[in-house]
Design a protein around this ligand. Structure first.
Ligand SMILES: Cc1cc2nc3c(=O)[nH]c(=O)nc-3n(C[C@H](O)[C@H](O)[C@H](O)COP(=O)(O)O)c2cc1C
Length: 399
């Protein structure tokens, strides 16, 4: 199984940080922080396992930087200085184990959990059935303040010893909403043309760069396709934004697709776990919820196939120059990962669900034990989010 080829274990830089191999743990929301956003043993254990498992670069699950941009009850936060100490201790441990770690910073936008209230978004929207909110358009002042909170979060991440940050500009959260013609219907300086829709991310990036200095890695996770009910971001427009980020000085870009509210199972192809998701409802309405979810999200629309975002690399990689491209989405086969790196389709292999199930798999591969990835894309790991339990794999463990 290509064990003699060590290309996946060659180091590569992101900015001035050397990553010891080509494996990235894609941001995976843990649902394991305390309700005030601080982190404890349950959260840190996840990162201990991943770093002992020799993952080169670990990207945390989405971390909120302000209460109004918080999306889940047990989401970690970098919204105040009190949060820094917990992350510092964790990062020290991760570094001792030889991994690098980046904080994914996120403002939830219309996918924030302000129950029954009106979360801030670029434009107004109908009732969002996933987050049970009705988005309201942000005032100019609120937009500027959202930028400030993301920047303050980056500064705290730097103080906490993270090796860099990732701006979460994908999956239907605030930055993606500004980029997307589906979510952003403004006609002021923040919307109306692709350039104006890019303005929010541009301003976030520029202010962050100013705050953290020229050598601190800032990366972004970008949608190449929103998969919204009406046209959203597509690869043509997204490619333009990625090129602009490269020109601004971004240190790496990870490409993905889909939004949580409208296309979660395009983002994570595979089974739609209707039973697991319905469990969050009171017992009598669980069967009804299962039927509704089955109708809303028919399995056949989300059939899993390997490397489902790979085609986008042909368009995106040539725009990147020397800046690394990180690919995520259904990467499951070791030989195919080698091929992606060897053929320079992407520079890093990013995995999410496989590491929930097999956090030690990179260590196995490094020692010559080429185990198969056994994640079967059942997506039951999502079912723990509405239950407020930490995200885990409910199949039999294989490590
Ligand atoms: C349980 C779960 C939590 C996730 N949390 C995040 C997150 O916090 N931030 C993010 O950008 N993507 C998140 N994702 C998406 C993954 O990072 C990744 O893009 C997607 O799962 C496809 O990769 P995979 O096929 O290797 O799982 C999550 C996915 C899952 C299954």
């Amino acid at each position: 199984m290509g064990n003699d080829d060590r290309i996946l274990f060659t180091p590569k830089q992101i900015g001035n940080v050397t990553i010891k191999n080509r494996f990235v743990r894609s941001a995976t929301f843990e649902n394991a922080a305390n309700k005030d956003g601080s982190i404890g043993e349950e959260y840190i254990k996840i990162y201990e396992r991943l770093s002992k498992g020799e993952v080169g670069l670990i990207i945390t699950g989405m971390i909120h930087t302000s209460e109004d941009g918080k999306s889940y009850h047990r989401q970690a936060g970098l919204h105040s200085d009190e949060m820094i100490a917990g992350f510092s201790a964790m990062n020290e441990m991760v570094h001792k184990n030889g991994s690098k770690i980046i904080a994914q910073l996120c403002h939830g936008g219309r996918q924030s959990m302000i129950l029954g209230l009106r979360p801030p978004a670029p434009s107004a929207g109908m009732l969002d059935l996933t987050f049970r909110v009705i988005p309201r358009p942000m005032k100019n002042q609120e937009i500027l303040s959202a930028i400030k909170t993301l920047v303050a979060g980056a500064k705290r991440a730097q103080k906490a010893g993270f090796d860099g940050v990732q701006i979460h500009a994908a999956h239907g959260y605030l930055v993606n909403e500004f980029l997307s013609p589906y979510f952003n219907r403004r006609s002021d300086e923040w919307g109306g043309t692709p350039e104006k829709r890019f303005n929010f991310l541009k301003r976030v990036y520029e202010a962050m760069r100013e705050a953290v200095g020229s050598s601190y890695p800032i990366t972004a996770k970008m949608n190449i396709e929103d998969h919204t009910p009406k046209p959203g971001l597509t690869i043509e427009e997204s490619a333009g934004h990625i090129k602009s980020l490269v020109d601004l000085g971004i240190d790496a870009v990870e490409i993905t697709c889909g939004t949580v509210s409208f296309s979660l199972f395009k983002q994570c192809r595979g089974n739609v776990p209707v039973k697991a998701l319905a469990k969050a409802m009171i017992k009598p309405i669980q069967p009804f919820t299962e039927i509704t979810l089955k109708i809303a999200w028919p399995d056949k629309n989300y059939t899993f196939y390997e490397n489902y975002n790979l085609d986008a690399c042909d368009k995106i990689k040539p725009l990147m120059g020397d800046i690394p491209l990180i690919l995520v989405g259904g990467l499951r086969n070791y030989e195919s990962m080698e091929k992606i790196i060897r053929e320079q389709k992407a520079d890093f292999i990013s995995l999410c669900r496989p590491f929930i199930r097999q956090p030690m798999i990179v260590k196995n591969w490094n020692s010559g034990d080429i185990k198969q990835i056994t994640c079967n894309n059942c997506n039951n790991c999502f079912g723990y989010v509405p239950l407020d339990e930490s995200v885990r794999c409910n199949l039999n463990r294989t490590f």
